[in-house]
Design a protein around this ligand. Sequence first.
Ligand code: NAD
Length: 292
Amino acid sequence: LPEQEAFDIEYWLLEEAKLQRMPKPKALAGRVALVTGGAGGIGSATAEKYLAEGACVVLADIDAEALASTKERLVQRHGRDVVCAVEMNVTDEAGVARAFAETAVEFGGLDILVSNAGIASSAPVEETTLDLWNRNMEILSTGYFLVSREAFRTMRAQGIGGSIVFIASKNGLAASPNASAYCTAKASEIHLARCLALEGADAGIRVNVVNPDAVLKGSKIWEGEWLEQRASTYKTDKEGLEEMYRNRSMLKLSVLPEDIAEAAYFFASDLSAKSTGNIVNVDAGNKEAFTR
Ligand code: NAD
């Protein structure tokens, strides 16, 4: 190479190396996210991921004690200015409106909603009381509607679009034994997301779905009634269930809250700027669903 050209290349390589070393702007910097069920396993892992990517996060949850401890944990890692917590029941229309109003006061707007607050409670259909059926519908189906409606109102008024991420379930696509109330409620969340994707597109509001397969680690759902029901349905215990779920995945891996958080991050960020009405299953490759 002529001397000048060699010099130019070396100079360019040095500049490039310098750029590589410079801190990159974080993908969610300047964004505000509200995470329902933010005090739970998947919700708090998602909040943690969003904060690490530069967002301000509002944790909204019905469980005041878990909310306070989750907030404190996140404040320790990310600072007091970027995390806030609101006690909220997703089935309480006025309470939901209040939580969104508090978000606006605290952080000045809303860019991302993660609708995630949920329960898992079911029984064989003959034993499914109307109360059990309604509880699933109210918290999952109606709860997801109420928070999405509020997010739509806020995002439309802001006029800059936004992203809504539903944490539904693979049980919303595939049937699971003795769980008709839960599966039906989860299916309705998925269909709601599709309807909202269609309705929000003109305003730049994207709506996408993450379907976790069983996430036993860190989830409060797997500490109570649901664990007992699943253990009795599959005639095993918690360890047996973990093994069963791992073995039915093609990758032979357990799904963790952090795995769901990664997918929820994809849909919240501009990485998915051209995705709406889409569904991603995070299930380590569920063999049963794949070969059906
Ligand atoms: P989790 O119990 O750890 O977290 C759920 C959170 O939602 C809790 O903090 C709870 O207090 C909150 N919550 C419950 N009812 C509420 C209400 N009415 N209003 C406000 N908050 C409420 O469970 P998780 O595993 O983190 O579940 C999160 C979501 O993921 C749920 O919608 C669940 O159905 C879904 N999901 C979980 C799994 C799994 O195996 N863990 C699998 C598929 C889908």
